[in-house]
Design a protein around this ligand. Structure first.
Ligand SMILES: C[S@@+](CC[C@H](N)C(=O)[O-])C[C@H]1O[C@@H](n2cnc3c(N)ncnc32)[C@H](O)[C@@H]1O
Length: 745
């Protein structure tokens, strides 16, 4: 939570000491200018006083106040300290010095100054308040609370004390105690966005989710440009979906989907939860239910209704929409538009829906089920599209965009010619995604350095899988504005690691082993300030995707290379930190790969590993056996049929099939292949991981996971967690993600 500012210094609130009762005329003139807000005039006059008396305490003090008011905190500290050395009882001196220290991020010195200020002015509310603020900044929460209480004792309506005491109580996990204070602060300053944002965070921490959502929205209505509130609201919505629709909320979501700190895929669940409550969407979903699909789904009406919803269009272009109701609706709309295409051509607003659908289908890699009637209609549509291109786009663009809803446009011989035309929107957007970007990736493949051969047979099949289906296809990643150094990241929440015997490097060298399409490497490069990241993967297609995205985001501290973990022993470089998430369990002998990575770590170095849990993946085990029994192939068509069979089972009450549909991975082709059709998959239990750690002489440090009520702490031992997991088998559905380290000697 952001620290609130100390109260402003005022030139007018000073109490006079006896010696000052009769200031010199120049000093009196300076004070008058200062009070009138003429800082320049006041400064000139104060300096004139000092010309004749260089240690005149009032002039030094007030010049210091002016320096602080002008943003020159270090100069303020010097001047006020000098004044206090000349006259330690100078009224307001210690208070103003404390504020200057706070401005200069010297909280410890601020504490000492405010303590003196409290001693000299025991009834001065702001000294108490700012002493509380300084103590809070030095982590002395109990002492901070005591001073806020003292400030409130002096002034029950002290807004700063109410707010900061509330913030402190939230920080130390007492949200229930914080709420009455924050509610009082909100009633004093009703237009203060920070209070409402803090209230929202406190409500959320206290489990009052709807109140939290309302407070975030209220805070945003008061401060629509405040990035930190948008980021906190997004964070809230990632785990708590609204259960209603309204236009303001829809506009909030639209802004969030474009917000630089937000990863759209993480908000998708909430966006969908809102959209499905829109009356039109609700009705269309009901009409697209499988039993009605064949009869009379109103495709064009659906397209017009959805085209009128900017949030729906934006969401379609942002990430795979992982929801079976939305998939069913879009599959029905796509089918209806294809089958009525010859007599009912899309135009106007409807084209915008078609284009957004085309981008969604490309993002999910054409995971939607296609009937044979549709498959048969596609060649004729492709001919229409080819004619449109050869006629220099004089034909309407709808055929091309509709074709892009079924097949990536890059696969057609005319794609390059199309991309060269100055296309109108929204076809230009579709062409960018489906033709221009894949061509850029193809061009980048040749420039990716090859670090090792890929000779292991399993590595070769794994590589083939990810060459065909790079994992995952993603659109945008939110950049964390808090770019912090490694030492701080390790010591702060959620890791809270005390590694006193190991000094985290300022410029950590990090290896991301199995970086996929770059999300992981980019997130790591953005997380650790000054990091130098080496990111390797088997799949050139994945690496080229990663390189394109990395360049687009302007990130320069990642070096990609093609390599097999199994062949990395010969690498000269050593690393401070290695991350391998969702990778080692795809090796034939994961321990062998893990050992090679361990040998690449410097002594004391850290590792973040993610592995599948046997407990959590029972639904996947079931899916894999279904695939083996039914003979579904790992081709687009095989995966589409398999997905449909699983959904049918889920809809008829099969809990394991429903479990599969609850993975976001189920909703796009490469992720579904990775989830269910992987050529090599190992799953683990925590005792097995413990054994592997012992074999590799690695020390378990902590899990990286959102705190769960009633669960062990992140740093508790694996035995404790194993016991918990047995009782809560879904705990590690998102894999065991943990940190471990190599001993220093
Ligand atoms: C499920 S993806 C995970 C990607 C990334 N870590 C993430 O979290 O988004 C697994 C990746 O590991 C890579 N991989 C699998 N075995 C590998 C090996 N032996 N050496 C290098 N990369 C490997 C695959 O090519 C694939 O891109």
């Amino acid at each position: 939570m952001k620290k609130s500012k100390p109260r402003k210094a005022k030139a007018t609130t000073r109490r006079k000491s006896p010696a000052q009762n009769a200031p010199s005329p120049i000093l009196a003139q300076a004070i008058q200018c200062h009070k009138a807000g003429d800082l320049q005039g006041a400064e000139v006059a104060y300096r004139q006083v000092l010309d004749t008396d260089p240690m005149q305490p009032d002039a030094l003090h007030m010049l210091g106040v002016i320096a602080r008011q002008s943003g020159r905190a270090a100069e303020a500290i010097e001047l006020i300290s000098k004044a206090l050395s000349a006259q330690p009882t100078l009224a307001g001196g210690w208070y103003n010095l404390g504020n200057a220290y706070l401005d200069n991020d010297e909280a410890k010195n601020a504490v000492a100054s405010f303590e003196k200020s409290v001693m000299s002015m025991p009834r001065h509310v702001d000294s108490r308040l700012n002493l509380g603020n300084a103590l809070r900044q030095t982590g002395q929460m109990d002492a901070a609370l005591e001073n806020y209480r003292a400030a409130l004792h002096l002034d029950t309506k002290c807004f700063g004390a109410l707010l900061n005491m509330g913030i402190t109580l939230v920080e130390i996990d007492h949200p229930q105690d914080a709420l009455p204070l924050l509610e009082r602060a909100a009633s004093i300053d009703i237009a203060n966005a920070t209070v409402h944002n803090t209230l929202a965070i406190a409500y959320r921490a206290a489990g009052r989710i709807d109140a939290a959502t309302d407070s975030f929205r209220h805070a945003l209505s008061l401060a629509p440009d405040q990035t930190s509130i948008w980021a906190a609201f997004a964070n809230h919505l990632e785990t708590h979906s609204p259960n209603a629709y309204d236009d303001t909320l829809a506009r909030n979501f639209e802004k969030l989907l474009d917000h630089p700190t937000v990863t759209p895929a993480r908000l998708a669940r909430s966006v969908i939860a809102t959209l499905v409550h829109h009356p039109d969407v609700k009705e269309l979903i009901a009409r697209s239910a499988p039993a009605q699909t064949k009869a009379d789904f109103p495709g064009t009406r659906a397209a017009d209704a959805l085209a009128a919803q900017p949030l729906f269009l934006k969401a379609l272009k942002s990430c795979p929409l992982a929801d079976s109701r939305i998939e069913q609706l879009l599959t029905a709309a796509r089918r209806a538009m294809l089958l009525s295409h010859s007599e009912d051509r899309a135009q106007g607003q409807r084209i915008n829906f078609l284009a957004a659908l085309s981008i969604q289908c490309f993002i999910n890699e054409y995971a939607y089920f296609e009937t044979s009637e549709e498959t048969q209609a596609i060649p004729a549509l492709a001919n229409l599209a080819a004619r449109a291109v050869s006629d220099g786009m004089s034909l309407p663009m709808d055929s091309i965009i509709l074709l892009g809803c079924y097949r990536p446009l890059s696969q057609y011989p005319w794609a390059e010619a199309l991309a060269k035309i100055d296309l109108p929107a929204p076809l230009s957007e579709v062409a960018q995604e489906q033709i221009v970007n894949p061509a850029a990736e193809d061009a980048l493949k040749g420039a990716i350095p090859v670090l090792t051969a890929v000779s292991d047979a399993v590595s070769q099949s794994v590589r083939n899988q990810y060459e065909t289906n790079p994992y995952p296809r993603w659109m945008r990643l939110g950049a964390n504005p808090d770019h912090r150094n490694m030492a701080d990241i390790l010591k702060d929440a959620p890791l809270n690691l005390a590694l006193g015997d190991w000094a985290a490097p300022d410029r950590p060298e990090i290896l991301v082993a199995g970086c996929g399409t770059g999300q992981h490497a980019i997130a790591t490069a953005l997380r650790f300030a000054e990091a130098e990241v080496t990111a390797i993967d088997l799949s050139l297609a994945s690496l080229a995707y990663a390189e394109r995205k990395t360049r687009e985001m302007g990130i320069r501290n990642i070096r990609y290379a093609q390599a097999d973990i199994l062949e990395l022993s010969g690498l000269d470089q050593r690393f401070d930190h290695i991350e391998s998430l969702g990778v080692l369990h795809h090796l034939e002998d994961p321990l062998k790969g893990w050992e090679i990575l361990t040998n690449l770590l410097r002594p004391g170095g850290l590792m973040k590993i993610a592995l599948y849990s046997e407990f959590a993946r029972q639904d996947v085990v079931y899916g894999r056996s279904l695939i083996a029994n039914q003979g579904y192939e790992a081709t687009p068509d095989g995966i589409r049929h398999c997905r449909r069979a699983i959904l049918d089972r889920a809809l008829s009450g099969d809990a394991l099939a429903a479990g599969i549909c609850s993975y976001t991975d189920y909703y796009s082709l490469s992720e579904c292949r990775d989830l269910l059709f992987h050529v090599q998959e190992h799953r683990y239990s925590l005792p097995q991981i413990e054994k592997a750690l012992t074999t590799l002489r690695l020390e378990f440090l902590c899990f990286e996971l959102t705190a769960l009520p009633g669960a062990p702490g992140a740093t508790d031992g694996l035995e404790v967690w194993h016991d918990y997991e047995r009782r809560h088998p879904e705990t590690f559905k998102g894999m065991y993600q943990f940190w471990c380290r190599k001993p220093i000697d």
